[in-house]
Design a protein around this ligand. Structure first.
Ligand SMILES: [Zn+2]
Length: 576
């Protein structure tokens, strides 16, 4: 009687934990227990301490293990996930001002996209869609020196955006648009709204700090126009002249005062990957970006708050040209716990050979997440959850993993994988056994997989996980999933001698272990998030999985199939 109450509590706790991402709630568990077993109602108060103890136990067990336990013991009760409620993005400001909402994402093709970039891309795309507007992709590649574009990244970024589901209505590449920026430069110069500054940095700095004009500022329109021609025609070397936009020299932020709009680049030394050395004068970020936002009819700019100073600079440009600045939404920084999303740091480490490539599992790039089996929908849900908030947000991997788990769990086939295997020789197996296990315990309609266990002279060989060494060494009885129970006779290094001791799965506290038939298996190598490998064996059926499919290795975690070669399956670990 007592053990059946214990089992009912365990069941209620495990099912509640599965429903709530691994965290059961004692009150809810007691409620469910009494709902299922009304005869226990008079004992509610007395049962609570036991419920609390079991809930604590259950909450410290991995979700994968709990799901496995439930699928072995109470398959009919496993509750299918409820569909997510539809989330909404907060409305954009001033939409009524515009006939069509136009947003843009403006990547620099000097690297691939990472999680931080995904926020601007997804929000800009989804807002455009929400308002039946237009979404533009603009490659910002006007820095041939320090943030030099690389040809392969244009395509990888396009792939990244497509993967994210951010299809675009138009695409522009700034290095195609230099004549447009030159025209603006000429307009600004002839309106006396800009000048060509020949000051060396050491002359310029003290002047601008003191809010004083440099000698070039008031030379008059005709000299400025001549200097511009000299700049364009190669009369100045790199660093010898800068095109400056006139601002308020007493602006509180010195970085805004007479900011540089164009500069000379030695394109013989550092040619542009697309247009070579055709242009010597290149617009700086605020010039190119500011002109394009107006020229392409962008109505709403969504970007990080680190751009607030850029906006202050660009407002002077817009005033000079009589343009209206788009509505700008600046969001706070996005940090991911334990991960560096700084592009420059990632690039440096990559160049130093610290990573295997842009999709190294240690990186927060979309390429890396994709390779590990993260779904674009998970990233979208995450970005919607964060939204365009102005406060800084730190997200944990637990958070990202939980969202992804909900998406991949219902479609991931289950398999057994034994890392660092122990070879078990089990007595009491008189005949070959054909074991059928569901590909997914909650969806029997997905079908089954078959594990063929051979018997010879009353014994059978199978492989167990090296991580179960301690359990096996203790000599206690363990259950092999869907098979039978065994007990260790001896364990020497990687060799276990065991005997079959029972068939029933109903023992409450038996550890439940995954296994692989020793003669019917495939080699497996799993690339872990720290780029190390977990090697071992899995059931042979794994070889039928297509590349890119995500599977769940029971008691191990979700992995994406990366390659199926003649003698091995390579996977990337997503999360447990
Ligand atoms: Zn000057």
């Amino acid at each position: 009687m007592l053990s059946s109450v214990d089992e009912a509590i365990r069941k209620a706790a495990v099912l509640n934990a599965i429903k709530h991402d691994g965290k059961a709630d004692a009150g809810a568990v007691l409620g469910n227990l009494l709902g299922e077993n009304p005869s226990l109602k008079p004992r509610a108060r007395e049962l609570m301490p036991t419920v609390q103890r079991v809930v604590k136990e259950v909450n410290s067990t991995s979700l994968t293990q709990l799901t496995q336990e439930a699928s072995e013991k109470w398959p009919a009760d496993l509750i299918k996930e409820k569909p997510e409620e539809v989330r909404k993005l907060s409305p954009l400001p001033n939409v009524e001002k515009y006939q069509t909402i136009v947003t843009r994402v403006a990547p620099n093709p000097d690297f691939v996209l990472h999680l931080g970039n995904a926020r601007a891309a997804i929000l800009s795309h989804d807002y455009a869609k929400m308002y039946n507007g237009k979404f533009i992709v603009r490659f910002e590649d006007t820095d041939p020196r320090l943030k030099k574009a690389q040809l392969q990244y244009y395509d990888i970024i396009r792939e990244d955006l497509k993967w994210l589901g951010c299809s675009w209505d138009a695409e522009y590449i700034q290095s195609d648009r230099l004549p447009i920026y030159y025209k603006i430069a000429e307009t600004l110069l002839s309106n006396d709204a800009a000048y060509i500054c020949e000051c060396k940095p050491e002359q310029w700095k003290p002047l601008v700090t003191a809010k004083k004009p440099c000698p070039d500022r008031e030379l008059g329109v005709s000299i400025q126009t001549q200097r511009w021609q000299k700049m364009v025609n190669g009369g100045y070397g790199e660093g010898e002249a800068v095109f400056r936009v006139k601002t308020d020299l007493s602006h509180p932020n010195p970085a805004v005062r007479d900011w540089p709009g164009f500069r000379v680049v030695d394109v013989i030394k550092t040619p542009h990957p697309r247009v070579g050395s055709r242009f010597r004068v290149w617009p700086l970020y605020n010039m190119a970006s500011g002109v394009d936002d107006h020229d392409l009819g962008i109505t709403h700019v969504l970007r990080g708050k680190e751009h607030l100073t850029n906006m202050a600079r660009q407002l002077f440009l817009y005033r000079h040209l009589g343009w209206t600045y788009p509505d700008a939404v600046h969001f706070g920084r996005l940090k991911v716990e334990g991960m560096n999303l700084s592009k420059s740091r990632m690039m440096k480490a990559l160049e130093a050979g610290e990573y295997m490539g842009v999709d190294d599992p240690r990186l927060g790039t979309l390429a890396a997440l994709r390779r590990r089996g993260f779904q674009p929908e998970a990233i979208r849900q995450l970005m919607w959850e964060i939204g365009p908030k102005p406060v800084d947000v730190t997200i944990s991997w637990d958070n990202i993993n939980a969202i992804n788990r909900k998406l991949i769990d219902p479609t991931s086939h289950r398999y057994y994988f034994v890392p660092d295997p122990i070879r078990a020789d089990v007595s009491g197996v008189e005949a070959d056994m054909e074991v059928h296990q569901p590909l997914h315990p909650q969806f029997p309609e997905m079908g089954t997989r078959t594990l063929n266990l051979k018997a010879r002279n009353g014994r059978s060989k199978l492989l167990l996980s090296g991580s179960d060494r301690t359990t096996l060494a203790s000599g206690e009885t363990v259950r092999l999933m869907g098979l039978f129970n065994i007990q260790s006779v001896s364990l020497n290094g990687g060799e276990l001698n065991a005997k079959r001791v029972g068939e029933s799965a109903s023992g409450v506290d038996l550890p439940i272990l995954q296994w692989v038939p020793a003669e019917d298996k495939t080699s497996v190598s799993i690339v872990l998030p720290d780029a190390s490998n977990a090697n071992g064996f899995a059931e042979i059926g794994l070889r039928r999985e297509a590349v890119d499919s995500v599977v769940q290795f029971v008691r191990f975690g979700f992995c994406r199939v990366d390659e199926v070669s003649y003698d091995k399956v390579t996977l990337y670990f997503a999360h447990n």
